[in-house]
Design a protein around this ligand. Structure first.
Ligand SMILES: [Zn+2]
Length: 229
């Protein structure tokens, strides 16, 4: 089962991706991680990518797409994969789709977790990190995973441990910068999503799944698992 997943930062895309990956025993391929692995491993593509990153430039698709394809051809992707973080615009969507077709790799599902921009921003700012275990989700804005309050202090809802706030999560400018790209329906990720939505409408072998990211994590994953099972 080969899947492409989309969703704005704060939509719970990472959490849902992890659930799907475990449930269906497929490999989670995250484009940001892929860059770091290739650079660390000193691969030819990694070296080329690093030149762009060091200059503060975007890595061109002619480097990113072969890197992704190499990864998807690995043995651990034979049972399936979930690609996250790419494409981010319609040109990349088109280039990826053509590259997959050329490589004989089929795409089964395209998932979009939709959430309005304001809610997505609040969710990012509401994240609280458990200092005992960063897999203990706490968020002051999400029903079901709100932290506990003990003696007037918010503590981890799972273990009662101390909570902290990640500086990145409170950086409004940084959050907005990512969201501007995501929600751009002409040149951004929203346009890439539409590209695949249109493709699925014309091709019965590809299923497009749009999920409302508003409900609790368990509710979203229940719907998602039902749709792809
Ligand atoms: Zn905890």
């Amino acid at each position: 089962m080969n899947i492409l997943i989309f969703g704005p930062n704060g939509s719970g895309k990472g959490t849902q991706g992890a659930i799907i990956q475990k449930k269906f025993n497929i490999t989670h391929v995250e484009s940001g991680v892929l860059f770091r692995e290739n650079i660390k491993g000193g691969t030819e593509l990694g070296k080329k990518a690093k030149e762009y990153i060091d200059r503060g430039d975007l890595v061109p698709d002619q480097i990113t797409i072969p890197m992704i394809l190499d990864r998807l051809k690995n043995d651990d992707c034979k049972t399936g994969w979930l690609l996250d973080g790419f494409p981010r615009n319609p040109e990349q969507a088109d280039a990826l789709e053509k590259a997959l077709e050329e490589a004989g790799i089929r795409l089964d599902f395209v998932i979009e977790i939709s959430l309005d921009r304001e809610t997505a921003r609040n969710r990012i700012m509401g994240r609280r990190l458990c200092e005992n275990d960063n897999n203990h989700p706490n968020n002051i804005f999400i029903e079901g995973i709100k932290p506990d309050v003990k003696d007037g202090v918010t503590v981890c809802r799972v273990c009662g441990g101390a909570l902290s706030v990640r500086a990145d999560d409170q950086d409004l400018a940084a959050i907005d910068k990512r969201h501007v790209i995501y929600y751009d329906a002409i040149n951004g990720t929203a346009a890439a999503v539409k590209y695949f939505k249109d493709l699925a409408a014309a091709d019965k072998s590809l299923k497009f799944i749009e999920l409302d990211g508003t409900p609790a994590v368990d509710e979203v994953s229940r719907v998602l698992i039902r749709e792809i099972s």
